[in-house]
Every structure is written in C-alpha cells, then in structure tokens.
Design a protein around this ligand. Structure first.
Ligand SMILES: Cc1ncc(COP(=O)(O)O)c(C=O)c1O
Length: 474
C-alpha cells in the first residue's frame, strides 16, 4: 500500500462512521448544550501534543475529536444559537462539500475545471436573477462576506483611476468592519473613508450624504463610491437603495452594497420591500453561508458588469499560458484573488435543486416570523425595551429597569451573554447602538421554534432580574 493510501474496505468503514456521526449530531443538536467558553490554559492542556510520528486508528482520532474538540466549540448551527450571525446548515450542502473535497475539484481555470466553472456560473446567474441585476452581471464565489466586499471594492477602485490619490468612499457607522478593512487592504487612507452617523432607523442618511459629497468636491476630493447596507449585522437595517442609486447615478459614483447577511431575503415579501432598488447596484456582496443555509465557506460577489472584475484582477504568468490557448471558456481565477479555488458553488447548486427555491423562501419567512415573535414577546415583558424592532430576522433590545444607571445597564447586558453561554440553553449576543449596549437576537435557524424563542427570552428575563437584584437595582 503506498503511503497515505487506505484500502477500499477501510475507506468505506470509516466513511460510514463519519456519516453516522454526522446524522447523530444533527438529530441530537437541539438537546445539546450550545457550547462552552473554555480558558486558553484548559484548551492547551487538553489538546497540545507533540507532532504525531506514529499512526493511530482513524476511529481513535475521530473519538478524540468528538470528546475533546466538539464540546468546546459553540454550535453556530444550533437551533437556539441566536447570536452574531447564525450559520444554520443544510445536509445536502454538507454532502456536496464532501463530494467537492473528495474529488478535489479545481475551479480556477476553464482548462482544468470547465464543468465546475459552468455550474458556478449557473449558480451565480440564479443569484443574479434573484436580485434582478441585468444579464451583463456576473460574479464568483469567495470565502465569505469579507472577501466578497474586498473584491467588489477592488472592482470599484479599478473603474476610477484617481481613486487611490483623491477618492473618497461613503458609508454609515452601521457598516460591517470588513468594509473598512477591505479599503485599508486596497490602499485607501483613513481620511478617504467617510463614515456618516446613521439615522434613527440605523440607515445611511441620504440628505446628509448628498451634502457631504458636495462639500467634498469643493474641497478637492473625488467622491467615487458609496457602500450601502442591505441588512446590517447590528439590526438588519437596509439603506434606501433606490435613493442611493439616484444619487450615485447623478454623481457618477459606484454603488456597492454589503448584503452578505441580508440580500438573500429579497426572496421574501419583507426583504423585497426593504431592498427596493437592489437591481440598480454596481456590486453586491451576498453570502450563501449565511441566509442561504450553506456550510461555510461560501460568500459571493456579484458585479453589474462582469468584465469589471477581470479588468481589476486579470494577470497572465507564463506557467498559466496553456489556459489561454485551445478551447477558451471563463477562467474564474482572473476575476478575483484566488487561483486555487474549490467547488463552493456545488453545495448551492445541489441544495437549490434538491429542495427547490420555495423551500428556501419558506425557511426565510419562518425566520422573519420568529424575530417578530421575539419582538412581540419582549413588548410584554416589564423593563425590556425594544431598541430596534424585528427587521430581516434581527431584533435588538435591552433590559433597563427603572433607577439603574445606563452604564450599569450596559454591563448587565454583557453579563447576560456570558450567563447564557454558561447555561448552554441558547445564545444571544450584544452590540452597541447609539452609544448603549444592547442585546440582539438573530433568528436565522429554520429549525428554531417559536417556543425556543419565547423560552430563551424568559430565561434572559430570569437572569436579568437576578443580576439586577445583585446590583441592588430592584
Ligand atoms: C453584513 C455583513 N457583512 C460582512 C460580514 C463578514 O462576512 P464573513 O464573516 O463571511 O467574512 C458579515 C458577517 O457577519 C456581515 O453580517
């Protein structure tokens, strides 16, 4: 047997064991604790070991993973994981990832990966149709929202030759930090990133933006790009895409939107209403690994003119010259930052075909309903304040009993997150809105029930009362 090979019988045996493990995990997930937050010392003591030199049975290593590693990750696919952006999964996507890894399918060039490239183009075109961009639009799969925004903004920079010298980019204080990081990577200076305070609904204020652009032109800046939100991480807020598209058309600016989280919800009534004008964008980040229920890593960038990506990224070194002779197709490595690219589109392709689009829409409608249930429940609970109503599956709220100082309230919300994690039943996360710490619940799991939402809030309430009592406020 050559090194690193296994005989077919062993391959089957351990493969089936992995599938059985996955199905058991899947079935038992709602009863499992959310996870733990172990200390670094504890993890080092549990897992540090010398570089392995002798072989061990696969089953022993799998058991070690199950006993030592799995309990110490927070389960982002848990039905009661309402923190940050949950990552509910679908089993067809999991199997597709297994196939893509098992056959190590390369989707960098047409010469090597024509079939897979065409599947990726088909899925991209389905996403394009979902958001209503024109047929000239295209895009590609990337690792996630951070890289999707980076690639979209690189395309924008390429279209404005003077952007790096005197360009200015505009976005609200609710914009995900990956946008500022992308701009930094692309070579923009802090003073070229103009962050506007969001309005009372956490949206980019269009009038103030218009005024800012006028003042900046007078001061010698070259405004060239607006980054809108199509679903903020904090509250699910969506900027007024139509008004921004009008402004960008009048001012000749690139309109990019970060819809990494929210854009797939355009399939729902609420999402379509909030995202009117999404078809007018120049570029859009949209993550199938968030609200299209796919396993990580699957982000996506769509651009209005597919060729704008090629203009930003195409380079031909001699060792790749063969891809440019003979039959020619689309070399996706020329449209983004990665040459070696796995077959991320396969999971979306298979899951959409197996379940059908309607199942995705229904799952999203369920998610939206759960957030509304959370909001309604909170409104019946004394001392709980809804800071941002249910919007695209997110509700932000705060326990604020009378006589408790705002700073003490802030720490109480943060303490609640840790208490929930220690308890292990459910998890929410905290953020800061208009200077105050709030909790947020993001109800993205199709497996979460209304009872899960209500019980999570009841537990939060019990913990909040106890913590406030300890503080002497009640
Ligand atoms: C709105 C938004 N943009 C970008 C990102 C970053 O995406 P990723 O974590 O896939 O890089 C997130 C992550 O939650 C997000 O919610």
């Amino acid at each position: 047997m050559p090194p690193l090979e296994l005989d077919p019988e062993t391959m089957r045996r351990i493969g089936y064991r992995v599938i059985d493990t996955l199905v058991d995990y899947w079935q038992s997930l709602p009863e499992r604790p959310i996870g733990t937050r172990p200390t670094r010392d504890a993890m080092e003591a549990l897992l540090n070991e010398p570089l392995p030199t002798t072989p061990q049975p696969f089953e022993a290593v799998l058991d070690e993973f199950l006993m030592k590693v799995l309990p110490h990750v927070v389960k982002v696919d848990h039905p009661r994981y309402f923190a940050f952006v949950p990552a509910p999964n679908n089993y067809v996507g999991v199997l597709a990832d297994t196939l893509a890894a098992g056959m190590n399918i390369f989707v960098g060039t047409w010469m090597v990966g024509a079939g897979a490239t065409q599947v990726e183009r088909v899925v991209i075109d389905w996403l394009r149709q979902m958001v209503g961009l024109p047929e000239s639009a295209g895009g590609l799969f990337v690792s996630g929202g951070s890289v999707a925004n980076l690639v979209g903004l690189a395309a924008a920079r390429q279209q404005y030759p003077e952007a790096l010298q005197r360009g200015r980019v505009y976005y609200s204080d609710q914009t995900h930090s990956c946008v500022a990081r992308a701009l930094r990577i692309l070579g923009f200076r802090e003073e070229q990133m103009c962050v506007l305070e969001s309005d009372s609904q956490f949206r980019l204020p269009v009038e103030r933006l218009t005024e800012q652009i006028r003042r900046d032109r007078e001061a010698g800046w070259m405004p060239f790009c607006v980054v809108a939100n199509a679903g903020t991480t904090n509250t699910g807020a969506v900027d007024d895409l139509n008004a921004l598209a009008d402004l960008c058309a009048a001012e000749n600016l690139w309109l990019h939107a970060d819809g990494a989280y929210g854009a797939p919800a355009v399939l729902t009534e609420e999402g379509a209403r909030l995202m009117k004008g999404i078809h007018r964008l120049h570029s859009l980040a949209l993550d199938p690994h968030k609200w299209l229920y796919q396993p990580m890593m699957a982000g996506c960038i769509l651009v209005r003119e597919f060729d704008h990506l090629r203009q930003a990224f195409h380079i031909l070194p001699p060792y790749l010259q063969d891809k440019e002779s003979g039959v020619r197709g689309v070399d996706l490595c020329d449209y983004g930052v990665e040459l070696s690219r796995g077959f991320r589109a396969l999971k979306v392709w298979m899951a959409l075909k197996v379940f059908g689009l309607e199942a995705f829409r229904q799952a999203m409608e369920h998610n939206l309903r759960l957030a509304r249930v959370a909001e309604q429940t909170l409104r019946t609970m004394p001392h709980w304040e809804v800071v941002s109503p249910a919007q695209l599956g997110i509700v932000a709220f705060r326990y604020a009993p009378p006589h408790m100082e705002p700073e003490a309230c802030d720490s109480l919300q943060r303490a609640l997150v840790n208490t929930m994690l220690e308890e292990g039943f459910a998890l929410v996360s905290s953020t800061v809105l208009k200077g105050r710490t709030v909790l947020r619940m993001c109800t993205l799991s199709p497996r979460a029930t209304e009872a899960d939402v209500v019980e999570t809030l009841q537990r939060l309430d019990r913990h909040a009362r106890r913590l406030a009592h300890q503080e002497g406020a009640e």
